[in-house]
Design a protein around this ligand. Structure first.
Ligand SMILES: Cc1cc2nc3c(=O)[nH]c(=O)nc-3n(C[C@H](O)[C@H](O)[C@H](O)COP(=O)(O)O)c2cc1C
Length: 183
């Protein structure tokens, strides 16, 4: 497999975020051909069309990072059965102007962790719909983690449980294969 640059989007900025832990686990157990770069979303203002003539640097940095990536891996919590405003705001910036929509044609994988049993499944349905409308190539299938105990994934992304480790590795492998197929 050829080398792939992956833009990692984490939908929570909490220091102890379980989604950040999941993102680190994906990075740890992904094929060596995947190079991950965490892209921040918390430095952009709320989308405002008045800012379009001179977009803030933070927005330019964000859209450039997405444009340059071979694929986007989005690891996000579900907020009130949808996606966090942080993530939606970043998607909105990336979608405008339509002629420069950075999501169009981008291979996009999503997953997420929540303490609940179906946590993030409904949020992912929203995200899947949004990204499909933007023209992203959304990875088929559904991967969500019911994060029952803090030990499930360590702060560094280490997973003790073999089944969970295999599950995460398989997610990353499918993503790598999809990027290769779409290249
Ligand atoms: C505003 C808000 C809304 C939430 N809504 C949901 C929800 O709809 N479904 C769910 O499973 N958990 C929900 N949660 C709980 C989160 O899954 C939990 O706080 C999780 O740890 C957040 O992810 P993080 O640890 O990566 O920050 C919500 C949490 C917050 C703060």
């Amino acid at each position: 497999m050829s080398r792939k640059s992956i833009a990692m989007l984490v939908g929570s900025i909490r220091k102890q975020s379980i989604n950040l832990r999941l993102a680190k686990a994906i990075q740890l157990y992904a094929p060596a051909s995947m190079a991950f770069r965490y892209i921040r979303m918390d430095d952009m203002p709320f989308y405002n069309g008045d800012l379009e003539p001179d977009r803030p640097d933070a927005v330019r940095n964000f859209t450039n990072a997405i444009r340059e990536a071979d694929g986007v891996c989005c690891v996000t919590p579900e907020y009130n059965r949808s996606i966090p405003a942080l993530l939606k705001n970043a998607i909105d910036w990336g979608s405008k102007p339509p002629s420069e929509n950075v999501w169009n044609g981008k291979v996009f994988a999503m997953t997420g962790a929540s303490p609940g049993s179906i946590g993030t499944a409904i949020g992912q349905q929203h995200l899947r719909q949004i990204m499909a409308v933007q023209g992203s190539i959304v990875m088929p299938g559904e991967t969500y983690i019911s994060f029952r105990t803090p030990e499930m994934i360590s702060e560094d992304g280490v997973i003790a449980d073999q089944d969970l480790r295999d599950f995460i590795a398989a997610f990353a492998e499918r993503f790598a294969q999809l990027i290769d197929r779409m290249a």
